[in-house]
Design a protein. Structure first.
Lengths: 431, 186
């Protein structure tokens, strides 16, 4: 019987010929990623269990990106970065990207791609639920907690239940007014925030093939919003080109067998979809932008691992070119590399950064920033009574700060169009 | 592992995400310093909208005043409990506040794993919807051997799904204790 791409990668990691959905296996982990929020407690559990003087299982396989609470005066948050720095010194870690230095990269999930840690066919665990983002590279990637991460730090192994796979096929040619964000909001509205719990979400079809790697990462990134264990897209020429550019050459390509067994299959024609939002307070509270058009906004936010990639800013800059925003708008590039690209890329000779500045946007430094609220001095954090439209991933009560704020999730096109009008706006008005 | 747990129930709705369990702004505190750890208990469930806090009436603060421990030790939710971020601080916060058992119709994967592998709380699945049958403040007896709960306030009993594959980890008290018992680590 055939296997899905996820089953094949997990079988390889478990050193098995095949695996059966529902069984628990011990996996050999290729890369463990952590950051400043979950790294310190992971390190403390690891030290308690393995001893103060222990060495981690493989220093080349641990990657640490401080990224959550970086630009804050909060002394406890600063202390967490100090703990990471000390640990990196103690363990002589080659893959630590310290805050406040040239090595600082920004949001971990994007930095993993940019720094060449996303390797097709491998298994990546991270202490962050959006670790599933890396699945866009034909690999298995998922989030775990601190205890599991500490166990990996000591042993290089972790147990996992082999997931059933749900397949989502997007056919057709992507219309100019749609982005990957609209596709994943469509799925979330269809299956709900627990529609893929403990399952793999596999994406394919002509519309997916046409997406850039950054756009594909928007899809796999939000697999967790449906409860998915992982999101995954098979390697194609677009993947190979990106890998080539980031210096990744040694990898194994897996594809799902045609006779693989799926939990369920969903097929969409992208020409029939339209711009969507997730209304407060859940990512599956889907509606069309048309239906909520005119909702008055206090803040617009373009940023995070989900919606702060160069492709998101290209979409936004095209709409904001020569316009002024009517609601406070934050531009938060996910990575320092993307921040640099904003200065280098131009439309009609004007850099994306300048387009945003001239439109009246506030440009922040690369980090997770207000996507998850953060310490009280975090830029863009929502306050009581705020109505926010955001390219981020979650709008649960209090997620972006105040629990009395309302957050709409949308594509960068929809957020940019809404910023121009100060009310929720269908991007087709400006395309 | 305690075989019998008796405590007051705190009732929540569906899709209780980890931001509601412990808001991200508090994740800066040390999890190993005993004094700072109390902050996690103090802020446990602090982002649940007040009208949904302690159903059916709502308006029941999980933590009162400056305390870090709650009078409720059995949390009963609906479906998809613990969805959202991977923060292990979520089951840790519940444990620090004095919660021993969570009972929900279903769980998000990472919260479930964290509860089991970290040995924080026992994540039981109910066989039917219970958050509309039990009220906040009812006294609940959880029988971890028979996988059954009894509402001592109204005398009704409900069966829970056995813990299955993870029972051994729960019984050992977490992943590390389990791995030592199994001879995987020294």
């Amino acid at each position: 019987m055939g296997m899905t791409i996820t089953e094949k990668i997990l079988a390889k990691s478990a050193k098995r010929k095949s695996v059966t959905t529902g069984e628990n296996v011990w996996l050999n982990v290729d890369v463990l990623m952590t950051h400043d929020v979950c790294g310190p407690p992971t390190i403390s559990i690891w030290k308690k269990e393995f001893g103060e003087k222990a060495k981690i299982w493989d220093k080349n396989k641990l990657v640490i990106f401080p990224d959550h609470y970086i630009f804050t005066k909060n002394s406890h948050a600063n202390r967490n970065v100090d703990i990471l720095r000390r640990f990196a010194e103690e363990q002589n870690l080659p893959n630590y990207y310290d805050a406040g230095t040239e090595r600082y990269k920004g949001v971990c999930h994007i930095a993993l791609a940019e720094e060449g840690y996303n390797v097709p066919g491998t298994v990546l665990f991270g202490t962050d639920s959006h670790t599933c983002t890396s699945g866009a590279f034909g690999m298995f990637a998922t989030g775990v907690g601190n205890t599991d991460a500490a166990f990996i730090l000591g042993t290089g192994k972790i147990w996992e239940k082999i997931p059933e796979t749900m397949k989502f096929t997007f056919n057709g040619i992507m219309p100019s007014y749609l982005t990957a964000k609209d596709l994943i909001l469509q799925i979330l509205g269809d299956i709900g925030t627990d529609g893929a719990t403990y399952r793999a979400m596999e994406f394919d079809g002509g519309a997916i093939s046409s997406l850039s790697m950054y756009e594909r990462m928007t899809l796999t990134n939000m697999a967790i919003e449906a409860g998915g264990m992982n999101g995954i897209i098979a390697v194609d020429e677009t993947t190979k080109k990106y890998l080539d550019e980031t210096g990744v050459s040694d990898y194994e390509i897996f594809k799902s067998d045609t006779d693989a067994t799926y939990h369920s299959k969903f097929t969409y024609d992208v020409s029939k979809l339209e711009p969507l939002v997730a209304k407060p307070h859940s990512p599956d509270n889907r509606d069309t932008v048309r239906n909520v058009q005119g909702t008055k906004l206090t803040k617009c936010y373009i940023g995070s691992c989900t919606g702060g990639k160069i492709t998101d800013f290209r979409y936004a800059a095209n709409l904001l070119f020569g316009k002024k925003v009517k609601a406070t708008t934050f531009i938060v590039p996910a990575s320092t590399a993307i921040a640099k690209q904003l200065e280098e890329e131009a439309i009609n000779g004007i850099s994306l950064k300048e387009i945003f500045e001239k439109a009246g946007c506030i440009i922040a430094e690369s980090s997770c920033a207000a996507c998850l609220g953060g310490p009280s001095d975090t830029i863009g954090r929502s306050t009581d009574g705020d109505v926010v439209i955001s390219t981020t991933n979650r709008n649960f009560p209090g997620r972006m700060g105040s629990k009395s704020s309302q957050v709409y999730l949308a594509s960068p096109l929809t957020v940019a169009a809404s910023a121009i009008n100060g009310v929720i706006t269908d991007p087709r008005e400006y395309l | 592992m305690e075989k019998k747990i008796i405590g007051k129930a705190y009732i929540l709705g569906d899709n209780i995400d980890t931001d509601q369990i412990i808001p991200a702004e508090h994740l800066v505190y040390s999890t190993s310093d005993p004094e700072e750890l109390k902050k996690y208990g103090h802020y446990a469930l602090s982002s649940v909208p007040i009208e949904k806090a302690g159903l059916p009436e709502g308006g029941n603060q999980f933590i009162v005043g400056d305390n870090y421990q709650s009078e409720y030790s059995v949390v009963i939710g609906g479906s998809n409990f613990g969805c959202g971020s991977s923060r292990e601080h979520a089951p840790l916060a519940l444990q620090t506040a004095g919660v021993k058992v969570v009972i929900a119709e279903s769980y998000a994967r990472i919260f479930y794993r964290n509860s089991v592998d970290g040995g924080f709380v026992i994540p039981y699945e109910s066989q039917s919807k219970l958050n509309d049958k039990i009220k906040t403040g009812d006294v609940i007896e959880v029988d971890v051997v028979a996988n059954k709960i009894t509402n001592q306030t109204d005398g009704r009993s409900y069966q829970l799904n056995p813990l299955g594959d993870v029972f051994e980890i729960v019984e050992a008290g977490g992943l590390f204790a389990f791995a030592r018992t199994a001879g995987m680590i020294s």
